[in-house]
Design a binder for this molecule. Sequence first.
Ligand SMILES: [Zn+2]
Ligand SMILES: [Zn+2]
Length: 398
Amino acid sequence: MGLIRHIQESMKLKLRISLLMTLVISSVSYAQESKVIIPDIPGYYTLKGDFHMHTVFSDGHVWPTFRVNEAIRDDLDVISLTEHIDYEGFPNIIDQDYNKSYEIASKAATNKGLIIIKGVEISPRVAPYHHNALFLEDANILPTEYMKSGKAEFVMKDSITHDQLMGPFLAVKKQNAFVSYNHPSWGWWDTKDTVLFTSFHQELLDADILKGVEVVNSGNYNVIAHRMALEHDLTMLCNTDEHYDNHPRYKDTHRPMTLVFVKERSAEGVEEALFNKRTALYFGDYVIARQPEAEALFKSSVKVTTERKLRKAEPLLIVNFVNNSDIPFETKMKAEYDIEGFPMGQVVIPPHDTTQVILKAIWKYPAKTTIKVTVENILVTPESGLETEFLLFIEEIN
Ligand SMILES: [Zn+2]
Ligand SMILES: [Zn+2]
């Protein structure tokens, strides 16, 4: 075989091998696509949830069993199908039974490790706008007297009273529901208020009804909702509010989700965690959480080891950041020694990988040292990333 021919043959073989590798890799990555790996945190299990979705039992376009299979495909642990109590997209299907969606989904989820929470969406287009009520016992006893017609159309009465709007909220309070403000926006703003947290919301808060707010809806971050959560001490949620199949919208990323830190894997466990505000919102490469959950999640995801090394005469300290989660962390590090190779200490810690940071030159090794870390894609407020530090113990070399 001539040299040229040999090169051509070997290139063909290489091409075939690389094609084969591509097939193998793509099939592996497809299988992994459905797994979302986020560690538990000390004292709690981390559950992946979506608490806002629709089916044909309101104005969605899928059957409840589809939502169950979709959630299992997307590696979720808990979902709620929150049909509108005041709007029936397909009145013949729902036939005035607002518990049906939950019942079909619960049956489909039996023995599949997916928790289904009974919930609804209360959705007037005047203040207080849309809210979810979760952990209901009966969704059929919620008044919607502000509606003129909610059958295949959404028409509210011409003059609506305060009591009519308050009706469903008082009814869900009797069932000890968890109520959250959905997608606060100026979309249906009625010009009486200049803020999205209206006097009606203050009333719901004072009556111990309002507990949460959707800071991320359909993958969109809402900075006003984030501020609202911190100012009024509300549980933060990240939901899809999906009406169709989730997949096309999130095919290049994971499905946005609320991470819930529970003491036990059950509906009661989720309820306790939501009422106690133990959540983190995971969408794209971002996490939003309060300081305790943010820090626990980061420290459970990234473990650190150290080793001494001599490079010719130069003593170094190697710090390995081992990321066991799916989340890439964008950090800014500050150490008591010079950090090699990362200008301004900007270190990205990719998922399921070890990132080596070299501290130099350490002429005298201390027993311990600290690295201060700001994680810029874990937001603890709209303006600031998580700030934490790693205390590094430096072993003696015998
Ligand atoms: Zn809504
Ligand atoms: Zn909705």
